[in-house]
Design a protein around this ligand. Structure first.
Ligand code: NAD
Ligand code: TYD
Length: 337
C-alpha cells in the first residue's frame, strides 16, 4: 500500500479526487487532513468511509494545515502529499482576507516544511488559473506572468510561489497544477453554478454580478481530478501545469442554461452590483498537460445536465448546507447588494 496525504479532502474537489483515486488505484491508501471549515463536509466522504474505511485504505484526520503537529502526524509515511486545502471563495476573500493568507499561504508553508522532513516523492500544490489575473485576449501559458488581483488569487499565488521556492532551494519535488473553474457534484452552494441551480429550485433570484458577460473556462471536476493525477505521476518536479476544460462561456450563458435545464423562467435573473476587482476573463492553454497524455472527457452540455440532476437528486445535501452558516453569508453578501 502506498500512502497519499490529501489535505482539504472534505471539500468539493478534494472529495471527488479521493473517490477517483481510491477507485483507480487499488494499491493506494489515502489519509485526508481537513479542518472542516464551513466548506468541509464529512457527508462528501460518507460513501468513501463506508467502502474503503474498513479496508484500511481511507482514513480521516481533523486538523489544520497550519498546525505543524497535526501535519506531522497526518503526513508520516506518505509517499505523495497533495494540497487541496484552502479558503476558496473570492467573495469571502474580499470580506475577510486574513484567513486566506493563514491557510493558503502560511498553511502551505507548514505542509512544505513537513514534506521536506518526510522526504515525500511528490508534493502537488493545487493552484488556480486565477493567479494569472484577468486575461483580455489569448490564453495563459504556464510561463506567463503571475498577476493575481483578488485576495484569494493573491494568496493562492503566494502558496504556489513558496512551493516553487522549496523546489529550487531544497530540491523538494513540487508539482503545481492550475485548474480553471470547476463544476460538478458536492460543490458548496456559494459558487456560481450550485448557487444558481439551488436558488432556481427554490424559485429565488439568481444574482448576476455586473453585466454577466464575464468569461470563465469551465471544467468538470472529474476532468480536473484526472489532470491532477496525470501531473502527479507524469509531471516534472518544479513545473506548473494548466488544467482547463476549454469551455469558455459567459456567466449569462451558464445562467440561461441552468434555467433552461430546470424549466425555470428568465425573470429569476437579477442583476446586482459587480464584485470589486472582478476579473473579466480567464482562459487556459493546456498544451503542456495534454503532452503528458491528458485530455478532458466531459463536454459541458452533458456535464451541466448531469450536475443539475445531481442537485435535484441530492436536495438533502444542499438544503442542510443552505440552512446553516450559508444563510448568514448570503444575507451579508446579497441582501443589500
Ligand atoms: P472547498 O472550499 O470546497 O474545500 C476546501 C476544503 O479545505 C474544505 O474541506 C475545508 O474544510 C478545507 N480547509 C480549509 N482550510 C483548511 C485548513 N486551514 N486546514 C485544513 N483544511 C482546510 O474548495 P474546492 O473548490 O474543493 O477547492 C479545492 C482546491 O482547489 C483549493 O486549493 C482551490 O484553491 C483549488 N481550485 C479550486 C477551483 C474551483 O473551481 N473550485 C479551481 C481551481 C483550483
Ligand atoms: P465563482 O463561482 O465565485 O468562481 P470564481 O470567482 O472563482 O471564478 O464565480 C464565477 C463567476 O460567476 C464569476 O465571474 C462571478 C460570477 N458570479 C455571479 O455573477 N453571481 C454570483 O452570485 C456568484 C457566486 C458568482
Amino acid at each position: 500500500m502506498e500512502k497519499l496525504l490529501v489535505t482539504g479532502g472534505a471539500g468539493f474537489i478534494g472529495s471527488n479526487f479521493v473517490r477517483y483515486m481510491l477507485e483507480k488505484y487499488p494499491d493506494y491508501s489515502i489519509t485526508v487532513l481537513d479542518k472542516l471549515t464551513y466548506a468541509g463536509n464529512l457527508a462528501n466522504l460518507a460513501d468513501i468511509e463506508e467502502k474503503y474505511g474498513p479496508q484500511g485504505r481511507y482514513n480521516f484526520v481533523k486538523g489544520d494545515i497550519a498546525d505543524p503537529v497535526a501535519v506531522k502526524e497526518a503526513m508520516a509515511g506518505a509517499r505523495y502529499a497533495l494540497n487541496f486545502a484552502a479558503e476558496s471563495h473570492v467573495d469571502r476573500s474580499i470580506e475577510e482576507p486574513g484567513q486566506f493568507i493563514l491557510t493558503d499561504v502560511y498553511g502551505t508553508y507548514i505542509l512544505l516544511e513537513e514534506a521536506r522532513q518526510v522526504g515525500v516523492e511528490r508534493f502537488l500544490q493545487v493552484s488556480t488559473d486565477e493567479i494569472y489575473g484577468h486575461v483580455p485576449d489569448g490564453s495563459s501559458v504556464e510561463t506567463d506572468k503571475v498577476e493575481p488581483r483578488s485576495p484569494y488569487s493573491a494568496s493562492k499565488a503566494g502558496g504556489e510561489l513558496i512551493a516553487h521556492a522549496y523546489f529550487i532551494t531544497y530540491g523538494l519535488p513540487v508539482v503545481i497544477t492550475r485548474g480553471s473553474n470547476n463544476y460538478g457534484p458536492y460543490q458548496y452552494p456559494e459558487k456560481l453554478i450550485p448557487l444558481f441551480i439551488t436558488n432556481a429550485l427554490e424559485d429565488k433570484p439568481l444574482p448576476v454580478y455586473g453585466d454577466g458577460q464575464q468569461i470563465r473556462d469551465w471544467i468538470h471536476v472529474l476532468d480536473h481530478c484526472s489532470g491532477i493525477d496525470t501531473a502527479l505521476h507524469k509531471g516534472q518536479p518544479g513545473e506548473a501545469y494548466n488544467v482547463g476544460g476549454g469551455n469558455e462561456r459567459t456567466n449569462m450563458f451558464i445562467t440561461q442554461t441552468v434555467l433552461e435545464l430546470l424549466g425555470k423562467p428568465d425573470n429569476l435573473i437579477t442583476y446586482v452590483k459587480d464584485r470589486a476587482g472582478h476579473d473579466r476573463r480567464y482562459s487556459l492553454d493546456t498544451t503542456k498537460l495534454r503532452a503528458l497524455g491528458w485530455a478532458p472527457q466531459k463536454d459541458l452540455a452533458t456535464g451541466l445536465r448531469e450536475t443539475v440532476e445531481w442537485y435535484l437528486n441530492n436536495r438533502q445535501w444542499w438544503q442542510a448546507l443552505k440552512a446553516g452558516e450559508f444563510k448568514e453569508f448570503y444575507e451579508r453578501q446579497y441582501t443589500k447588494r
